[in-house]
Design a protein around this ligand. Sequence first.
Ligand SMILES: Cc1cc2nc3c(=O)[nH]c(=O)nc-3n(C[C@H](O)[C@H](O)[C@H](O)COP(=O)(O)O)c2cc1C
Length: 359
Amino acid sequence: MQYNRVILYYFSGTGNARASAYWFAEVAHERNIDCEVIQLYRKTEVNPECIADEKKLFGFFFPTHGFNAAPAMLKFIWHFPRMKNTAVLLVNTRAGMKVSKLFAPGLSGLAQILPAIILIVKGFTVVGMQPMDLPSNWISIHPGLKEKVAESIFKRCERITKQFANRILDGGTKYKALISIPIDLAIIPISVGYYCFGRFFLAKTFISTKDCNGCAICETQCPVGAISMKQGRPFWSFNCESCMKCMNNCPTKAIQTAHLYNFILWYLILAIIPSLGFWVLFEKQCLELIENEWLASNLLSVILYTISLPAVALAYRVLHFATRWKWIDDFDKYTSLTSYWFWRRYKYGLKLFRKEGVK
Ligand SMILES: Cc1cc2nc3c(=O)[nH]c(=O)nc-3n(C[C@H](O)[C@H](O)[C@H](O)COP(=O)(O)O)c2cc1C
């Protein structure tokens, strides 16, 4: 199949998925194929040209979040029009690392399988499924990779993306993502847990300290519009996907992950409150009303964790309000590992392909 039009959509926090999409586009342009790269930013409308055509190729590039596709991309794919006999490819960027001279891969989980199933049901022909192990940007759990390490990971991934692009644009297929299917399927419970609960808890782990100058870059550049300025400081809503753009991009390094505060809060909310809930219900013999013990305790866990979310939201509002007091602000800052000098930000992907119009 020779394609005459390629439309690539990307969602990206720190530029990794964006770089992959632009590398693919470079190959298409070298072959004189009409290729457009479109960023998903807030509410991106589906391009009116999106009609079925055998000579058209669509591509979706996105980061892996919690062993799943980034929710913004998943929602976009879900609402994408149905198209029969139209080719589509998926590239999920993952947490790549480099240990000595070895490149370590991330894990996809449902990140490829779920979007592929949705697109197949919509009538598309999936011609490419490629994971891309670009530098991990999850600096809430580890310091950002060193510039040199990031650079060498990028070089390797550029080569892999371009090989992939040549294969697909030659009319071939490539399903590299299917190699890890057994592991991906085994971790489905974690993918589902992250999608239904984990991401909402993570959304409330970010704070800004007194180093914040109120520039609001985080607010204007958040790809999902999850940040609003309240009392001159950013406030994260549950819409936050923890894409890490705000934290890596903050010019004054004022955005932190409140480690100790969240450790205490999560311990209270995820361990103590559910245990109390179970204890009360067992004491009152409520659970005996449901015969299936396994079903009863799982049902109860879901209910209790759902109730936990408003509690996290309330505690977060209180914390945001309390940061006006210097000692609380200092406590937040000095109990966040991310505020220390050795905790690097991940900037490499953000710098590449930062073109006009790309936020
Ligand atoms: C909240 C969060 C969850 C993540 N989950 C995964 C994961 O499940 N598997 C993985 O390989 N990488 C994971 N990563 C790493 C990113 O997918 C990876 O760094 C990606 O290349 C970032 O792409 P971007 O710069 O386009 O946003 C996660 C990162 C974050 C911030």
